[in-house]
Design a protein around this ligand. Structure first.
Ligand code: ATP
Ligand code: MG
Length: 272
C-alpha cells in the first residue's frame, strides 16, 4: 500500500525541501521505493537533487496540464532517477502558470490525485514538497495525500501560521479528502546553543503534544544541511555520520513506525 505524504507549511524557509529529500533518501535506505514530487515553482527540490529546472521539458507542470487537457501520455515519462535511489518528479518556473490554469479546470482540486492514482503502485512512499503558500497546487497536494508532515522552527510554532494551516487541512478534509491526517510536526533548524530552545521545545510538546504528534527527532541547525543541497545530494551522502544525518535517520524510523501502526489499525478495523 502506497503512503502519500505532503511536506507542508506556508511559511517559507522552514526546511520543507530539505526534509522531503532526506526523509525520502532515508526511506530508500530502509528498502522502500520512493518518489519525490517537486510541487513548488521555485523548483528548489529539483535543483537540490542536482537537476537544472531550465532543462526540464516534461515535469509536474506538463503532467498537470496533461491531466487538465485530458491528454494521453506515458505516466512515468516525467520521472527522473537520482543516483541515491529516489525517483523525482521535477518542476520548473512554469508551474506558476499551470497553477493559474488549475483554477478554471474541472475537478481542479483532484488533478494531482488523478495522476498519482495511475502511478502510485510503483512506490511505497510518495513525498510531496509543497510551496510556501496555501494556493491551488498545495490544495492539490493535500487532496492527493494520506497525511501531512509540518516542518517548523520551534519559535514560530505558536504563531498564527499553524492555525491557518490547520484550517486549510480541515477544509480539505471536509470537502475533498476525509482520510487526510496530520502525521506530525517536525521541529527543524533547532539551535541547541540558543538560550530558550529546550524550554520552547518542551512547552510546545506540553501544549500541542496531546492533540498532534510532535516527532521526537528534532533536526539540528547545521551548515552541513545547506551544503548538501548546494551539492545536489542528500545529507547521508554529504555528511553521513553528522548530527543532521542522524536526526533524519531517526525521523525516518518514526515515519516508518507510524505507517506500520496505521496499517495494523486499519487491518484490525477491517477484521471487525
Ligand atoms: P521554501 O519555503 O522556500 O520552499 P523550505 O521550507 O523548503 O523553503 P529549505 O529550502 O529546506 O526550506 O531550507 C531553507 C534553507 O535553510 C536552505 O538554504 C537550506 O539549505 C537551509 N537548511 C535546511 N535545513 C537546515 C538545517 N537543519 N540547518 C541549517 N540550514 C538548513
Ligand atoms: Mg522548499
Amino acid at each position: 500500500m502506497t503512503k502519500i505524504i505532503s511536506i507542508c507549511n506556508q511559511k517559507g524557509g522552514v526546511g520543507k525541501t530539505t526534509t522531503t529529500i532526506n526523509l525520502g533518501v532515508g526511506l530508500v535506505g530502509a528498502g522502500f521505493r520512493v518518489l519525490l514530487i517537486d510541487a513548488d515553482s521555485q523548483a528548489n527540490l529539483t535543483t537540490a537533487m542536482g537537476f537544472d529546472p531550465e532543462e526540464v521539458t516534461f515535469g509536474l507542470p506538463e503532467v498537470i496540464d496533461g491531466i487538465i487537457n485530458e491528454q494521453e501520455f506515458v505516466t512515468t515519462d516525467a520521472v527522473l532517477s537520482h543516483k541515491e535511489g529516489v525517483d523525482i518528479l521535477p518542476s520548473h518556473i512554469g508551474l506558476s502558470n499551470t497553477e493559474v490554469r488549475i483554477f478554471s479546470a474541472m475537478n481542479r482540486e483532484r488533478l494531482l490525485r488523478t495522476y498519482l492514482e495511475k502511478i502510485k503502485y510503483e512506490y511505497d512512499y510518495i513525498l510531496i514538497d509543497c510551496m510556501p503558500s496555501l494556493g491551488m497546487m498545495t490544495i492539490n497536494a493535500l487532496t492527493a495525500s494520506d497525511s501531512v508532515i509540518i516542518p517548523c522552527q520551534p519559535h514560530y510554532l505558536s504563531a498564527r501560521g499553524l492555525e491557518q494551516l490547520s484550517h486549510t487541512i480541515a477544509k480539505v478534509k471536509r470537502y475533498m479528502n476525509p482520510d487526510l491526517r496530520i502525521e506530525g510536526i517536525l521541529l527543524t533548524m533547532v539551535d541547541n546553543r540558543g538560550k530558550f530552545v529546550k524550554e520552547i521545545s518542551s512547552l510546545l510538546r506540553s501544549q500541542y503534544g496531546e492533540s498532534i504528534n510532535i516527532y521526537k527527532s528534532e533536526i539540528p541547525l547545521s551548515v552541513r544541511a545547506a551544503e548538501s543541497s548546494a551539492e545536489g545530494r542528500s545529507i547521508y551522502a554529504h555528511d553521513k555520520f553528522g548530527k543532521v544525518a542522524n536526526a533524519y535517520k531517526e525521523l525516518t524510523k518514526e515515519v516508518i513506525h507510524g505507517a506500520e501502526n496505521k496499517r495494523r489499525k486499519n487491518k484490525a478495523e477491517n477484521v471487525r
